[in-house]
Design a protein around this ligand. Structure first.
Ligand code: GDP
Ligand code: MG
Length: 182
């Protein structure tokens, strides 16, 4: 049958230590390394997914070229280099750090100003939900707050844990489907 391969550039943005590299690592290698140094991020990785609903006669595969900032989050001037020509962006915050959502909002604004809405699928991602399992006191960002903000800005939204893997695959599947539709 037919095999169609679509390739998209995906970037990760967000405050340092929110778990961007860990999300990529989980998606690409299906593993998690508690002690990996935050500055040693794979700057470039790729991974493919099949689009659900593609029939046996014709199969559509989405290849993500993933650009992770290798610890340069602090140098905001470098960011345009990453997100130039991006098709999708994960804007990540840590659900236990309210300030990281403020940073995430700033990234969303920057993307919308510099790249434009129509060309870019943006997904807001709240990471580290495992830290709230059985300990809701640790949560600093309520799901509803982030979800309302995402809806208002027309962003995809997921809460995930790179540590357990919960929700990580769904991020890429829903982005893949959205990119495929457009
Ligand atoms: P980055 O700077 O945004 O790329 O963040 P990293 O992926 O380097 O992660 C920063 C720190 O948070 C590391 O110590 C990770 O082990 C930890 N971390 C990342 N994701 C999770 C998660 O889902 N749960 C928990 N508990 N820790 C995480
Ligand atoms: Mg990193």
């Amino acid at each position: 049958g037919n095999r169609v391969m679509l390739q998209f550039k995906l970037v990760l943005l967000g405050d340092s230590s929110v778990g961007k590299s860990s999300i990529v690592y989980r998606f690409v290698k299906d593993s998690f390394d508690e002690f990996r140094e935050s500055t040693i991020g794979a700057a470039f990785l790729s991974q493919t997914i099949k689009i659900s609903g593609s029939s046996e006669q014709s199969e559509t595969v989405i290849k993500f070229e993933i650009w992770d900032t290798a610890g340069q989050e602090r140098y905001k001037s470098l960011a345009p280099m990453y997100y130039r020509n991006a098709n999708a962006a994960l804007v990540v915050y840590d659900v236990t750090q309210q300030d990281s959502l403020t940073k995430a909002r700033a990234w969303v604004n920057e993307l919308k100003n510099k790249v434009g809405d129509e060309d870019l699928v943006i997904c807001l991602v709240g990471n580290k939900i495992d830290l709230c399992d059985g300990d809701e006191d640790k949560r600093a960002v309520e799901t509803g707050e982030a979800r309302d903000y995402a809806a208002e800005q027309s962003l995809l939204f997921y809460e995930v844990s790179a540590k357990t893997g919960s929700g990580v695959r769904q991020i890429f599947e829903s982005i893949g489907e959205k990119l495929y539709e457009t």
